[in-house]
Ligand binder design. Structure first.
Ligand SMILES: NC(=O)C1=CN([C@@H]2O[C@H](COP(=O)(O)OP(=O)(O)OC[C@H]3O[C@@H](n4cnc5c(N)ncnc54)[C@H](O)[C@@H]3O)[C@@H](O)[C@H]2O)C=CC1
Ligand SMILES: O=C(O)C(=O)COP(=O)(O)O
Length: 524
């Protein structure tokens, strides 16, 4: 049974796919009301209100996935989640239209003084001359951050006869052309725009993007809109620009602290505000809840998630193609780690044949996770493997080669440790399974499954019988046995698959046999 804590208001209808599963138990409570049972949840579903801090994650040791029913994940400590191997997903496009429409509604309200006029009429006044506005037609709209929402705002602006100026350092020329906008520098947008609207995420780079210095570069009489995240426009820095009249008006849907409390900005008549309503439409809420609920179902069914913040995005189709190699990679990593139980500096993975054309990043992450698993006490999976490897000073790299050794596909892992290097190669045979085809310099062929025993010995007659006798005397049944050697009479090895794990007494007894040099247990 998977337990899901839904700690913010998320559309009931959208959660319906989760409710149909007999294996999922949904609890709707604020985090503060669920204190005593936080350790029992496998998943946490939030909007922007719940702060998913490192401290909260510590109280949720069973947590495997955090779902954000919306776009911004600035309320989630993604690094802390990644470190713990917790997948973070969001619903990136479910509320785009609602947020763009809200931005537009705020823009129109701002330049036509609609909120102020509304209050006046409701107060039984009829003061038409106090609310003379400006047209949007012919004005220059500066859009900072031209992603999903920014580009939808641009479409609407063009329909209103506005000129759109865009600043987004990550926007390619091709995409800008496709969307019919020209990319400008930030200074150009600041200097030319009559209205500026921000649509970036809140990051270290965008916090305070419109602060004192950049506000001073704007046109006198500029209007500003923030329907993205509180803090992109520095609230304190705005105050003198409003007092001097340099900024003609501001529309804010989001605040540095939510709710903003008794904030000085709220005292200005030309600052219009909404309580973070950009995504608050029936349609957006249904969309985002349905998206995260479906993703959660996929996750619990072992299917790929497509909108993860801390995993490479994979479609179902791609996932199906890489699944077999993903498992092979995990086994290669796991076996190599046990064989090389010494400090290592570098893992080098080479893909050859059909596997080289697939999304290998995911396979490499799986291999890394398999390698690290015997070495770290905490959960390690494809989410945090790269981070943990880095923490431990282990570098890794991918290569591609034509050398398939006669197989349709081949994954080769070389581990570089202190004074020792080890190479293992494997292939996946459809409808047959995984095979290890090369182990520590010896061509061999065995299935990486179950309780394996590695024996390295000199190639002499009678070795197989001697090993069989010792195992038989200890009541250990051999399921399969594969042998290989570098050259006749030289270094040779046996890989045995056993029906049960063997204890140290068996290993010691085997090690006593003449010409046996190494005996190791390996789990796959
Ligand atoms: N008020 C509300 O209820 C809602 C707010 N939002 C917020 O809107 C923002 C944008 O959302 P989307 O358009 O869906 O995201 P997006 O990821 O599609 O677009 C963000 C854009 O910002 C650009 N960007 C990043 N750093 C930048 C920088 N330093 N300067 C200029 N551009 C930069 C990126 O290149 C990207 O094109 C997010 O902060 C999100 O949280 C989203 C939905 C609802
Ligand atoms: O999706 C976003 O980034 C939003 O800001 C929407 O926030 P909300 O889910 O309405 O709390």
């Amino acid at each position: 049974m998977f337990r899901v804590l839904v700690s913010d208001a998320i559309s009931e209808e959208g959660l319906a796919p989760l409710r149909t599963s007999a294996h999922i138990d949904i609890v709707q409570k604020k985090v503060s009301e669920a204190e005593g049972e936080l350790h029992t949840f496998d998943a946490l579903l939030v909007r922007s209100a719940t702060k998913v801090t490192e401290e909260l994650l510590e109280k949720m040791p069973n947590l495997k996935i955090v779902g954000r029913a919306g776009v911004g994940v600035d309320n989630i400590d993604v690094d802390a989640a990644t470190k713990r191997g917790i997948v973070v997903i969001n619903a990136p496009n479910g509320n785009t239209i609602s947020a763009a429409e809200h931005t537009f509604a705020m823009m129109a309200a701002l330049v036509r003084h609609i909120p102020q006029a509304h209050i006046s009429v409701k107060s039984r006044e009829w003061n038409r001359s106090a609310f003379v506005g400006k047209e949007l037609f012919g004005k220059k709209l500066g859009i900072i951050g031209f992603g999903r929402i920014g580009s939808e705002v641009a479409k609407r602006a063009r329909a209103f006869g506005m000129t759109v100026l865009v600043y987004d350092p990550f926007l390619t020329k091709e995409r800008a052309e496709k969307l019919g906008v020209s990319i400008q520098s930030l200074d150009e947008v600041l200097a030319a725009a009559d209205i500026i609207t921000v649509h970036t995420p809140l990051t270290k780079e965008t916090r305070g993007l419109l602060g004192t210095e950049n506000l001073a570069k704007t046109k006198k009489g500029v209007y500003l809109i923030n329907c993205a995240r509180g803090g992109i426009i520095d609230e304190q820095a705005l105050i003198p620009f409003l007092e001097s009249g340099h900024v003609a008006g501001v529309a804010l849907d989001v605040f540095e602290q939510e709710p903003p409390g008794d904030h000085p900005l709220l005292t200005f008549d030309n600052v219009i505000v909404t309580p973070h309503l950009g995504a608050s439409t029936v349609e957006a809420q249904l969309n985002v809840a349905t998206q995260v609920a479906e993703e959660l179902l996929h996750f619990f069914e072992g299917q790929p998630v497509t909108s993860s913040i801390n995993l490479p995005a994979l479609s179902k189709d791609v996932y199906e193609k890489i699944q077999a190699f993903y498992h092979l990679g995990r086994k290669l990593g796991l076996i190599a780690s046990q064989f090389m139980n010494i400090p290592v500096q570098e893992l080098s993975v080479t893909y050859a044949g059909t596997v080289a054309d697939l999304e290998t990043t995911y396979i490499t992450r799986s291999l890394l996770a398999g390698f690290l698993r015997p070495r770290v006490a905490s959960t390690v999976n494809e989410v945090n493997a790269a981070m943990i490897a880095k923490e431990r000073g282990i570098t890794y790299g991918e290569k591609f080669s034509d050398e398939t050794h006669g197989y349709a596909n081949c994954i080769s892992l070389t581990v570089h440790g202190e004074n020792k290097t080890f190479t293992i190669k494997g292939t996946h045979v459809p409808n047959y399974g995984d095979r290890i085809v090369h182990f520590d310099g010896v061509a061999i062929d065995f299935a990486p499954e179950g309780h394996l025993l590695y024996i390295q010995h000199q190639d002499r007659p009678g070795m197989i019988g001697k090993v069989g006798n010792v195992l038989g005397a200890h009541d250990v049944n051999i399921a399969t046995m594969q042998v290989g050697r570098q050259e006749a009479g030289g270094k040779a090895m046996m890989i045995l698959s056993l029906d049960k794990p063997v204890d140290d007494a068996v290993l010691n007894a085997l090690a006593q046999i003449d010409d046996i040099e190494t005996v190791k247990r390996l789990e796959a």
